[in-house]
Design a protein around this ligand. Sequence first.
Ligand SMILES: Nc1ncnc2c1ncn2[C@@H]1O[C@H](COP(=O)(O)OP(=O)(O)OP(=O)(O)O)[C@@H](O)[C@H]1O
Ligand SMILES: [Mg+2]
Length: 416
Amino acid sequence: MSTFESLGLSEPLLRALAAENYTQPTPIQTRAIPALLNGRDLLGIAQTGTGKTAAFGLPLLQKLSQDRVRPAPKSCRALILAPTRELAVQIDQSLKTYGRHLGLRQAVILGGVNQNKQVNAMRNGVDILVATPGRLLDLVKQGHVRLNQAHQLILDEADRMFDMGFIKDVRKIVALLPKDRQSMLFSATMPREIVELIGEVLYQYERVEVSPPTVTADRIEQRVIPVEQRKKRALLTHLLADPALSRVIVFTRTKHVANRVAEHLEKAGVVSDAIHGNKSQNARQRALDGFKAGKVRVLVATDIAARGVDVENVSHVINFELPNDAESYVHRIGRTARAGAEGIAISFCDPSEKTFLRDIERLVKRQLPVVPHDLPAEALQPVNIHEERRNYKPEGRNYKQPRHRWNPRGPRRKAA
Ligand SMILES: Nc1ncnc2c1ncn2[C@@H]1O[C@H](COP(=O)(O)OP(=O)(O)OP(=O)(O)O)[C@@H](O)[C@H]1O
Ligand SMILES: [Mg+2]
């Protein structure tokens, strides 16, 4: 059986890993680390929560520390791209933990916050830059960042980086990197359609796939509860009455529904917070940090929190709504059962979502067990939407309650 030492990692890295209680490399680490230390390009595929960050991070840190070149001003020696800001922050933190005895310089570039700190951080150059594509290109255009020294490129959540919204930016960024670079792509899912794109970024690459027969992580117990959309909120609070749901992420498809679910939970007295694209970056990060710290029991999230986000001991993932692309399902439920732990994934399925369910079952190559809910009929009374409308207060400081309400009995008559 291999150890981190036998994989060829240096003493300062071994010391950091021991402090983190990483006693043994995971399968993807065992296979990827030697190949990457040898300078190969690599496509790494392994289930959620199996340590892909260290699989690319450890060899990266080792190579950068052995080959001590001063980074040029505004440049980086290695570039890591991630699809969300929270993930970029998390990767940066992980690499700081693994590399804490190496003294390498790191910076993070992401959108949604003021750019000045990021520009300053890049002024003298860094060893490792973790970035989201949009803001990175922006700073490149402004002349604050140069990429012609980035001899290592990592795309985390690679298949997502090749999605419609990202591909143009990623192509532009890759075109700015030196040709003689080492590149690696990692993800838990790798749809066949993107093989061509992989060829654009990788050169004579090694494919390391550690996927047992299932795409989804082994230790997740999955089930589906058929329930009408309008009854989902009542079912959610019913399930949350069980304290076994100790740390829960509830996924919705839209920001709007995420907000409504969070409001519903608040009314029901469940400590929760929401993370989605309509919130300021600071509020997003605060929600995630509060959840990580255990101050918040339920995090209501859109798919921006579906990929890569690593929170210890998430007991349950609840799909309040099924995602419309099947890969997202794999990533969402992979927020539980990480690093050898176990977890439960419950998916609410309205009749209109059955096609999504079929797509998911095709991808994960199995039928998900369907269990009826055990709610008494009266508990499932749909929320009274008239009541809700009356209490509805849109956000925004200029909103005034309307002075006149529509009177269903007709206009008030003048007294005779
Ligand atoms: N060898 C190891 N021993 C113990 N714990 C580990 C080891 N490698 C990684 N971990 C821990 O496992 C957790 C998951 O790691 P990581 O986030 O890298 O997974 P991932 O494969 O990137 O998952 P995802 O597909 O969701 O992004 C982290 O908390 C990490 O600290
Ligand atoms: Mg990851």
